[in-house]
Design a protein around this ligand. Sequence first.
Ligand SMILES: [Zn+2]
Length: 74
Amino acid sequence: MANPKKKHTRMRTGMRRAANWQISAPSMAVCSHCSAPTLPHQVCKECGFYDGELILPRKVKKKKDAEGGGEAPA
Ligand SMILES: [Zn+2]
């Protein structure tokens, strides 16, 4: 059986773990209807369209929010 000959140092263990902890930004697609950034293969949250079809009819908002807070900066 394969057996390690030497104990790995804490530094070496830490470097191995530190190399994989970073997360990456989700890949984004562009909505074909409203050109908003959306997750790929999912209904657009802005307009409710998917593949050129209206899937989720959106309710008409009474007051217009000026929030763009949930958007990814790009
Ligand atoms: Zn859209």
